[in-house]
Design a binder for this molecule. Structure first.
Ligand code: AMP
Length: 229
């Protein structure tokens, strides 16, 4: 079977991270989040971390060469032999072009899933999101509330609302997301990458959505090898 590259696309709050974690288990491939990798470097305060800290703080985009190099290096690791799930990358047409060229030369097939969620639902979801300032654990007041209200299950810290989850900031992030992703989706369409729109607020919840994505991957893999269509 060919190596799989699953790109999870979706606005902040669309459930990309949740899906990546569920699919990582069932597909047996790693979840690669450029946001997590960059945050880790910022915490470590190495040269790259110091260079990008300010950009992350204001929600700007880290230069393409930096994220391209991080992803290129990461997908050469042995745990990516069967494939990998990308979350938060590519975010620009240039990143998408570099990735496509890189994977083409390695015979990897790309499947892109676009998790679509109504923006009003996203604003409500993010408004109910809380984070532990000490360990970083994320909670949702509607879907995964802490055992004791507003207190972290792991270390007892008082939970906070992330600055970038406040409603006015969320609206700005959603606008930026639209500006960034539309050209990237157009690019993938132009090079015939299969793009699947998936309802990220479907009634079956996260497990139902993960099941739907798995069946789309099967369909795509069959089609790419000439089995379907
Ligand atoms: P995320 O957790 O995916 O929202 O990413 C957090 C932050 O990391 C973003 O606001 C950007 O500053 C940076 N970042 C993550 N992925 C990328 C990317 N593909 N290109 C440029 N910057 C990125």
């Amino acid at each position: 079977m060919s190596r799989l590259c699953l790109i999870l696309f979706g606005a902040p709050g669309s459930g990309k991270g949740t899906q990546a974690k569920l699919l990582r288990q069932s597909l047996g491939v790693p979840h690669i989040s450029t946001g997590d990798m960059l945050r880790e470097r910022v915490e470590r305060q190495d040269a790259l971390g110091l260079q990008v800290a300010g950009i992350l703080q204001v929600g700007g985009l880290v230069p393409d060469e930096t994220v391209n190099a991080l992803v290129n290096e990461r997908i050469q690791q042995p745990d990516c032999d069967k494939g990998f799930i990308l979350d938060g990358y590519p975010r620009t047409v240039n990143q998408a072009k570099i990735l496509t060229g890189l994977l083409e030369s390695q015979g990897v097939s790309i499947t892109l899933v676009h998790l679509k969620v109504d923006y009003n639902v996203i604003v409500a979801r993010l408004a109910g999101r809380r984070q532990c300032p000490a360990c970083g654990a994320l909670y949702s007041l509607s879907a995964s509330a802490p055992t004791v209200s507003e207190v972290c299950d792991y270390d007892g810290s008082k939970l906070v609302i992330r600055d970038d989850d406040r409603e006015d900031v969320v609206t700005e992030r959603l606008k930026a997301y639209d500006r960034q992703t539309t050209p990237v989706l157009e690019y993938f369409k132009s090079v015939d990458v299969p793009i699947w729109d998936v309802d990220g607020a479907a009634p079956g919840g996260p497990l139902g959505i993960a099941k739907r994505i798995r069946s789309l991957i099967e369909e795509t893999t069959g089609r790419l090898s000439g089995g379907v269509n």
